[in-house]
Design a binder for this molecule. Structure first.
Ligand SMILES: [Zn+2]
Length: 393
């Protein structure tokens, strides 16, 4: 009977399939018959989670969904204690604030402050505010019609993130991916034996000595990177594993086409003369492939000699390109949305004439966004009334 490569547990038809790349990296390729469900769960909540948290910011900035098609959560940026911003995967930056506050006055009345982003938001808040102070919605609307209101447009903050790759636990997760790929469908029976002990201990328990002796950061550009970028986008994930005639197994692994590591999977005694590989496109997780579909091969002698050469490449290049493309798309989308919002506010629909007011509103909004200007102006009674009654009924 087949057992888990990391523990004595038997693998059955009930054993869950395992992702070769972790879910967080957009991994869709799965296999069975390598890891038991329990080890799978343990790795998921420990070393895979360590890798996932490392790539979290980048996933949100590039809107990279997970292997199971979930969109990444927003980045949260706290500017000061009163200003918390969410950066959503679609590029929207949203100021998060308490939508309303109610302070009871000595004379029995209430001071109500409502902070809303548009008239629809005001409309949604009115029932809650009315209930909180115990008056009817109608009464509240009447009172709000007489209240002071200001329109504040605030530019988005500049948000900076440092993104790092590598480190002990994330590399344990990458080494695990290599082992699963190597042993896909249980092909190398030696994987349960001593040639693989060191790498398996590293994956299951961690081992700083293994990290420094058997794993090397490789600064060289990978031969064939252009071919892969054409087929799988600029930030492909890659695992390439080869063995020589003595069964020495070397893996070359990297995520987002940035940093690569050479991992010694076995010094000798593994299945000889074999090549396996997996490449995937995090921008489109449906797009992935196994060797030999890459369109090129790596030579074992190339894998033998990792080189750190800081001058040879800039590891951020691929991500920089992807971020630039993505940001341009988001800008177009944002301008489009500003236009749609303005037309909606001015009740312009298909077939109607664009009014001067709509043009003026859009121009002001566009200029404020482009020039990052903060504005704060009082609203007229007419504007307040249109704000609180626009979506009513
Ligand atoms: Zn197990």
């Amino acid at each position: 009977m087949k057992t888990c490569i990391f523990c004595p547990t038997a693998l059955t038809s009930e054993t869950k399939p395992e992702h070769i790349w972790p879910n967080a990296l957009g991994g869709r390729a799965t296999t069975r018959g390598v890891i038991c469900s329990e080890c799978n769960n343990t790795f998921g909540s420990t070393i895979d989670a360590a890798l996932a948290s490392q790539v979290q910011d980048l996933r949100t900035l590039l809107n990279l969904s997970s292997g199971d098609k979930r969109t990444p959560p927003p980045l949260q940026e706290i500017i000061d204690k009163n200003q918390k911003f969410f950066v959503w995967p679609d590029g929207r930056i949203e100021l998060r604030q308490k939508p309303f506050t109610i302070v009871k006055r000595d004379d029995g009345g209430f001071d109500v402050t409502i902070k809303a982003k548009d008239s629809e938001h005001v409309d949604n808040l009115i029932p809650h505010v009315a209930a909180a102070i115990g008056i009817s919605e109608e009464n509240l609307r009447t009172q709000l019609g007489r209240a002071n209101a200001r329109e504040i447009i605030q530019p988005s903050p500049q948000i900076t993130r440092n993104i790092a790759f590598g480190g002990h636990d994330p590399l344990r997760s990458l080494a695990k991916s290599c082992l699963i790929l190597w042993n896909r469908s249980g092909q190398d029976s030696a994987i349960k034996e001593s040639p693989f002990d060191a790498v398996k201990v590293f994956v299951t328990n961690g081992d700083k000595t293994f990290l420094s002796n058997k794993i090397k950061l490789d600064g060289r550009p990978i031969p064939g990177a252009d071919i892969l970028a054409n087929k799988f986008g600029p930030i492909f994930n890659l695992i390439f594993i080869k063995s020589d005639r003595n069964g020495k197994i070397l893996a070359y692994v990297g995520n987002y086409n940035t940093a690569y590591w050479r991992i010694v999977i076995a010094d000798s005694g593994g299945m000889p003369n074999r090549s396996v590989g997996l490449v995937s496109n995090p921008l489109n997780p449906n797009n992935w492939s196994y060797l030999p579909d890459f369109g090129f091969d790596l030579d074992i002698s190339w894998l033998e000699t990792p080189v750190i050469d800081e001058s040879s490449r800039n590891p951020g290049d691929s991500i920089g390109t992807a971020l630039k493309d993505h940001t341009e798309k988001q800008r177009e989308q944002h301008i489009h949305e500003m236009l749609i919002d303005t037309f909606r506010e001015c009740q312009i629909s298909e077939g109607s004439v664009i009014t001067e007011e709509a043009i003026a509103r859009f121009s002001r909004r566009f200029a404020q966004w482009l020039l990052r200007i903060k504005t704060d102006r009082p609203l007229s009674n007419e504007e307040i009334n249109s704000l609180i009654s626009l979506n009513k009924g």
